[in-house]
Design a binder for this molecule. Sequence first.
Ligand code: MN3
Length: 252
Amino acid sequence: MDKRTFLKLTGAAGAGLMLSPWLGCAPGEGTEPSAGPGVNTFGPETFKLPALGFSKDALAPGIDAETMDIHHGKHHAGYVRKLNAALDGASFSSDGSLESLLTEVAPDNAALRNNGGGHFNHTLYWEVLRPGGPEAPEGDLAELISRDLGGVEAFASAFAKAGATQFGSGWAWLMVNDAGKLEVTSTPNQDNPLMLQCVENTGTPILGMDVWEHAYYLNYQNRRKEYIQAFLALVNWESVAVRLGGAMAQVK
Ligand code: MN3
Protein backbone atom coordinates (compact mmCIF):
# COMPACT_ATOMS: atom_id res chain seq x y z
CA MET A 1 0.00 0.00 0.00
CA ASP A 2 1.31 3.42 -0.81
CA LYS A 3 -0.38 6.03 1.27
CA ARG A 4 1.53 8.88 -0.31
CA THR A 5 0.03 8.16 -3.68
CA PHE A 6 -3.32 7.96 -2.00
CA LEU A 7 -2.70 11.31 -0.38
CA LYS A 8 -1.82 12.98 -3.60
CA LEU A 9 -4.79 11.58 -5.42
CA THR A 10 -7.32 12.36 -2.74
CA GLY A 11 -5.95 15.85 -2.43
CA ALA A 12 -6.42 16.38 -6.13
CA ALA A 13 -9.82 14.76 -6.16
CA GLY A 14 -11.15 17.31 -3.75
CA ALA A 15 -13.78 15.11 -2.19
CA GLY A 16 -12.05 11.89 -1.27
CA LEU A 17 -13.39 10.29 -4.42
CA MET A 18 -10.19 8.55 -5.34
CA LEU A 19 -9.58 6.46 -2.29
CA SER A 20 -8.89 3.30 -4.20
CA PRO A 21 -5.68 4.07 -6.09
CA TRP A 22 -3.47 3.68 -3.07
CA LEU A 23 -3.96 -0.06 -3.24
CA GLY A 24 -1.62 -1.65 -5.67
CA CYS A 25 0.40 1.44 -6.49
CA ALA A 26 4.16 1.17 -6.53
CA PRO A 27 5.80 2.48 -3.37
CA GLY A 28 7.69 5.72 -3.55
CA GLU A 29 5.29 7.54 -5.80
CA GLY A 30 3.70 10.79 -4.83
CA THR A 31 4.67 13.45 -2.40
CA GLU A 32 4.40 13.84 1.30
CA PRO A 33 1.18 15.46 2.46
CA SER A 34 1.14 19.08 3.37
CA ALA A 35 -1.48 20.48 5.64
CA GLY A 36 -3.63 23.15 4.13
CA PRO A 37 -7.11 24.61 4.16
CA GLY A 38 -9.73 21.88 4.12
CA VAL A 39 -7.17 19.08 4.33
CA ASN A 40 -7.13 16.73 7.27
CA THR A 41 -5.26 13.59 8.08
CA PHE A 42 -6.38 10.31 9.60
CA GLY A 43 -4.53 9.18 12.71
CA PRO A 44 -3.80 5.71 14.10
CA GLU A 45 -6.92 5.83 16.28
CA THR A 46 -9.30 8.01 14.30
CA PHE A 47 -11.96 5.33 14.42
CA LYS A 48 -12.79 3.74 17.75
CA LEU A 49 -14.65 0.65 18.87
CA PRO A 50 -17.89 1.97 20.36
CA ALA A 51 -18.93 0.71 23.79
CA LEU A 52 -21.86 -1.66 23.64
CA GLY A 53 -23.92 0.41 26.04
CA PHE A 54 -25.41 -2.71 27.60
CA SER A 55 -24.14 -5.89 29.22
CA LYS A 56 -23.08 -8.75 27.02
CA ASP A 57 -25.77 -11.02 28.43
CA ALA A 58 -28.55 -8.47 27.98
CA LEU A 59 -29.78 -10.10 24.76
CA ALA A 60 -29.65 -13.68 26.01
CA PRO A 61 -30.99 -16.19 25.31
CA GLY A 62 -31.70 -14.86 21.80
CA ILE A 63 -28.08 -13.79 21.37
CA ASP A 64 -25.80 -15.28 24.01
CA ALA A 65 -23.10 -13.48 26.00
CA GLU A 66 -20.16 -15.41 24.54
CA THR A 67 -21.25 -14.58 20.99
CA MET A 68 -21.60 -10.93 21.95
CA ASP A 69 -18.20 -10.95 23.64
CA ILE A 70 -16.37 -12.37 20.63
CA HIS A 71 -18.42 -10.49 18.06
CA HIS A 72 -17.88 -7.09 19.65
CA GLY A 73 -14.50 -7.57 21.30
CA LYS A 74 -12.78 -9.54 18.53
CA HIS A 75 -14.58 -9.20 15.20
CA HIS A 76 -15.71 -5.58 15.41
CA ALA A 77 -12.48 -4.56 17.13
CA GLY A 78 -10.58 -6.17 14.28
CA TYR A 79 -12.41 -4.12 11.66
CA VAL A 80 -11.66 -0.93 13.57
CA ARG A 81 -7.99 -1.83 13.94
CA LYS A 82 -7.58 -2.68 10.25
CA LEU A 83 -9.52 0.41 9.15
CA ASN A 84 -7.24 2.63 11.20
CA ALA A 85 -4.16 0.85 9.87
CA ALA A 86 -5.35 1.33 6.29
CA LEU A 87 -6.06 5.05 6.70
CA ASP A 88 -3.35 6.13 9.17
CA GLY A 89 -1.55 9.13 7.76
CA ALA A 90 -3.84 9.48 4.76
CA SER A 91 -5.53 12.78 4.16
CA PHE A 92 -9.10 13.47 3.29
CA SER A 93 -10.78 16.50 1.92
CA SER A 94 -14.37 15.44 2.36
CA ASP A 95 -15.79 15.55 5.90
CA GLY A 96 -13.80 12.42 6.74
CA SER A 97 -16.82 10.66 8.19
CA LEU A 98 -17.13 6.93 7.79
CA GLU A 99 -20.39 7.46 5.92
CA SER A 100 -18.79 9.71 3.32
CA LEU A 101 -15.85 7.32 2.91
CA LEU A 102 -18.22 4.43 2.28
CA THR A 103 -20.40 6.43 -0.09
CA GLU A 104 -17.35 7.05 -2.25
CA VAL A 105 -15.44 3.79 -1.79
CA ALA A 106 -14.33 2.14 -5.03
CA PRO A 107 -15.09 -1.55 -5.55
CA ASP A 108 -11.42 -2.53 -5.65
CA ASN A 109 -10.51 -0.73 -2.44
CA ALA A 110 -10.70 -3.89 -0.35
CA ALA A 111 -9.20 -2.42 2.83
CA LEU A 112 -11.73 0.40 3.11
CA ARG A 113 -14.65 -1.53 1.67
CA ASN A 114 -14.27 -4.48 4.05
CA ASN A 115 -13.04 -2.78 7.21
CA GLY A 116 -14.91 0.50 6.86
CA GLY A 117 -18.03 -1.47 6.02
CA GLY A 118 -17.36 -3.79 8.94
CA HIS A 119 -17.04 -0.88 11.36
CA PHE A 120 -20.14 0.93 10.12
CA ASN A 121 -22.28 -2.20 9.93
CA HIS A 122 -21.44 -3.45 13.40
CA THR A 123 -21.86 -0.03 14.98
CA LEU A 124 -25.38 0.06 13.55
CA TYR A 125 -26.01 -3.55 14.61
CA TRP A 126 -25.29 -2.92 18.31
CA GLU A 127 -27.47 0.16 18.29
CA VAL A 128 -30.50 -1.51 16.78
CA LEU A 129 -30.11 -4.38 19.25
CA ARG A 130 -29.85 -2.11 22.29
CA PRO A 131 -32.30 -3.39 24.92
CA GLY A 132 -35.43 -1.29 25.39
CA GLY A 133 -37.92 0.51 23.24
CA PRO A 134 -41.26 -0.72 21.97
CA GLU A 135 -41.60 -4.33 20.86
CA ALA A 136 -42.96 -3.35 17.45
CA PRO A 137 -42.54 -0.38 15.12
CA GLU A 138 -44.64 2.65 16.05
CA GLY A 139 -45.55 6.04 14.62
CA ASP A 140 -44.00 7.12 11.32
CA LEU A 141 -41.93 3.96 11.11
CA ALA A 142 -45.00 1.74 11.39
CA GLU A 143 -46.85 3.89 8.84
CA LEU A 144 -44.03 3.69 6.31
CA ILE A 145 -43.62 -0.04 6.81
CA SER A 146 -47.30 -0.32 6.10
CA ARG A 147 -47.18 1.99 3.07
CA ASP A 148 -44.06 0.58 1.44
CA LEU A 149 -43.80 -2.99 2.64
CA GLY A 150 -47.35 -4.10 3.32
CA GLY A 151 -47.19 -4.06 7.11
CA VAL A 152 -45.01 -5.35 9.92
CA GLU A 153 -45.63 -9.04 9.24
CA ALA A 154 -44.86 -8.70 5.55
CA PHE A 155 -41.75 -6.72 6.41
CA ALA A 156 -40.56 -9.36 8.90
CA SER A 157 -41.12 -12.06 6.33
CA ALA A 158 -39.21 -10.19 3.60
CA PHE A 159 -36.41 -9.27 5.99
CA ALA A 160 -36.06 -12.84 7.26
CA LYS A 161 -36.00 -14.11 3.69
CA ALA A 162 -33.33 -11.59 2.72
CA GLY A 163 -31.18 -12.80 5.60
CA ALA A 164 -31.81 -16.47 5.02
CA THR A 165 -31.13 -16.34 1.29
CA GLN A 166 -28.02 -14.15 1.42
CA PHE A 167 -25.48 -16.70 0.20
CA GLY A 168 -22.46 -17.03 2.47
CA SER A 169 -21.60 -14.05 4.65
CA GLY A 170 -23.44 -10.77 4.53
CA TRP A 171 -26.18 -8.56 5.85
CA ALA A 172 -29.91 -8.00 5.50
CA TRP A 173 -31.06 -4.39 5.55
CA LEU A 174 -34.10 -2.21 5.99
CA MET A 175 -33.22 1.06 4.29
CA VAL A 176 -34.67 4.28 3.00
CA ASN A 177 -33.99 4.10 -0.72
CA ASP A 178 -33.21 6.98 -3.02
CA ALA A 179 -36.91 7.53 -3.71
CA GLY A 180 -37.60 7.99 0.00
CA LYS A 181 -39.29 4.62 0.41
CA LEU A 182 -38.52 1.80 2.76
CA GLU A 183 -36.93 -1.18 1.08
CA VAL A 184 -35.56 -4.54 2.22
CA THR A 185 -32.30 -5.62 0.63
CA SER A 186 -29.19 -7.66 1.35
CA THR A 187 -25.49 -7.33 0.63
CA PRO A 188 -22.55 -9.75 0.68
CA ASN A 189 -19.54 -9.58 3.00
CA GLN A 190 -19.32 -6.16 4.73
CA ASP A 191 -20.93 -4.19 1.95
CA ASN A 192 -23.88 -1.95 2.77
CA PRO A 193 -26.37 0.22 0.87
CA LEU A 194 -24.28 3.37 1.36
CA MET A 195 -21.64 2.07 -1.07
CA LEU A 196 -22.83 3.67 -4.29
CA GLN A 197 -20.13 2.10 -6.43
CA CYS A 198 -20.29 -1.38 -4.91
CA VAL A 199 -23.92 -2.42 -4.49
CA GLU A 200 -26.98 -2.47 -6.71
CA ASN A 201 -29.65 -1.27 -4.28
CA THR A 202 -28.50 1.90 -2.58
CA GLY A 203 -29.99 3.94 0.20
CA THR A 204 -29.59 4.75 3.88
CA PRO A 205 -29.72 1.69 6.14
CA ILE A 206 -31.83 2.02 9.28
CA LEU A 207 -31.78 -1.62 10.41
CA GLY A 208 -29.05 -4.16 9.71
CA MET A 209 -28.83 -7.84 10.54
CA ASP A 210 -25.48 -9.59 10.46
CA VAL A 211 -25.83 -13.07 8.95
CA TRP A 212 -22.16 -13.98 9.06
CA GLU A 213 -21.78 -17.29 10.89
CA HIS A 214 -19.81 -15.54 13.66
CA ALA A 215 -23.03 -13.71 14.57
CA TYR A 216 -24.87 -16.90 15.51
CA TYR A 217 -22.87 -20.10 15.11
CA LEU A 218 -21.94 -20.70 18.78
CA ASN A 219 -25.59 -20.84 19.76
CA TYR A 220 -27.40 -21.82 16.58
CA GLN A 221 -24.76 -23.66 14.52
CA ASN A 222 -26.23 -23.96 11.02
CA ARG A 223 -29.72 -22.80 12.04
CA ARG A 224 -29.54 -19.31 10.60
CA LYS A 225 -33.32 -19.00 10.40
CA GLU A 226 -33.65 -19.46 14.17
CA TYR A 227 -31.09 -16.72 14.76
CA ILE A 228 -33.01 -14.45 12.40
CA GLN A 229 -36.21 -14.91 14.38
CA ALA A 230 -34.30 -14.23 17.61
CA PHE A 231 -32.82 -11.08 16.07
CA LEU A 232 -36.22 -9.80 14.98
CA ALA A 233 -37.52 -10.25 18.53
CA LEU A 234 -34.60 -8.18 19.89
CA VAL A 235 -34.75 -5.16 17.59
CA ASN A 236 -34.81 -1.79 19.32
CA TRP A 237 -37.52 -0.10 17.24
CA GLU A 238 -36.97 3.22 18.91
CA SER A 239 -33.40 3.23 17.63
CA VAL A 240 -34.59 2.30 14.13
CA ALA A 241 -37.15 5.13 14.27
CA VAL A 242 -34.41 7.63 15.14
CA ARG A 243 -32.40 6.43 12.15
CA LEU A 244 -35.50 6.71 9.97
CA GLY A 245 -35.84 10.36 10.92
CA GLY A 246 -32.22 11.04 9.97
CA ALA A 247 -32.50 9.12 6.70
CA MET A 248 -35.72 10.84 5.62
CA ALA A 249 -34.17 14.23 6.29
CA GLN A 250 -31.48 13.39 3.74
CA VAL A 251 -33.90 12.43 0.97
CA LYS A 252 -34.14 15.26 -1.46
MN1 MN3 B 1 -20.29 -9.54 12.41
